[in-house]
Design a binder for this molecule. Sequence first.
Ligand code: NAP
Length: 280
Amino acid sequence: MIKTWFITGTSSGFGRNLTELLLERGDRVAATLRTPSRLDDLAARYGDQLWVRALDVTDTGQIRYVVDAAFAELGRIDVVVSNAGAGVLGTAEELSDAHIEGAIATNLTGSIQLARAVVPHLRAQGGGRILQLSSMGGQMSFPGFSLYHATKWGIEGFYDAFAPEVEPFGIHTTLIEPGVIRTPFFAAAVREPEHPAYADNPAITREDIPLQRMPGDQSKVVGAMIRIAELEQPPRRQLLGSDAYTLVRDALTQRLEAVEAQREIALTTDADDFQPAATR
Ligand SMILES: NC(=O)c1ccc[n+]([C@@H]2O[C@H](COP(=O)([O-])OP(=O)(O)OC[C@H]3O[C@@H](n4cnc5c(N)ncnc54)[C@H](OP(=O)(O)O)[C@@H]3O)[C@@H](O)[C@H]2O)c1
């Protein structure tokens, strides 16, 4: 059956590749991006199958306007893909105020406001799917990438609580958690000037990874996203890539061990008259 998709950040990488694959198989795509002319070639080839609008996800008013227009003009939208995002490489001390605000506005606030804008429409039509691009970096971290992790851990926390709020309406959400994938993402990432005090710390991520040394394949990730959106019961989270699977499994194992090590002190701070059964 032909489906209709709404996607942010369709100028390059996953967003552009997903738009191409969906159009090729006959689906309809509402493609949004900061520079609509970058889809002129697809617009010429696919006509009415492709609906294109300008959208900078840091502009909440524009998110609401474009989402409302898409549902009004296209009717039902089956899958929303919150994909737009950007990286900033630099230690906490190296980050500029403008880059902190920009990354949070794009990756975190933009994603939250997109979710809030689409939910009333998905609820009114009786359900739908939302794929939110997170990262393996939404569950583990690399020193030198703290700002990006703050945005991806942030959106993970939002969706963790948001998913059970909207599932009773037939709205299923999945956090997509890729490892390092061969897209223009790292080439496009902002790199802060290095502070000499951090120059000798080998733990800090700075090196440019050549595309061939990145484990993940862009089209395979996009193919997996399509399959996940079509599952009867999609998972709330999906890791993609052997690096994502191994690094997140190791990080969570270590965190669970750390939780167990905290047990003795954690259990000393309840009020003397606290009765667990009476709390809810
Ligand atoms: N590639 C990876 O290894 C990897 C791993 C985990 C997660 N991810 C996530 O995957 C998503 C897509 O990234 P990608 O790998 O496909 O890289 P990409 O090719 O750099 O794509 C990023 C997209 O986001 C758009 N974007 C950035 N800021 C925007 C804004 N304010 N408003 C609207 N669009 C904006 C970019 O548009 P412009 O052309 O206008 O800048 C571009 O279309 C991101 O959320 C990223 O965090 C990527």
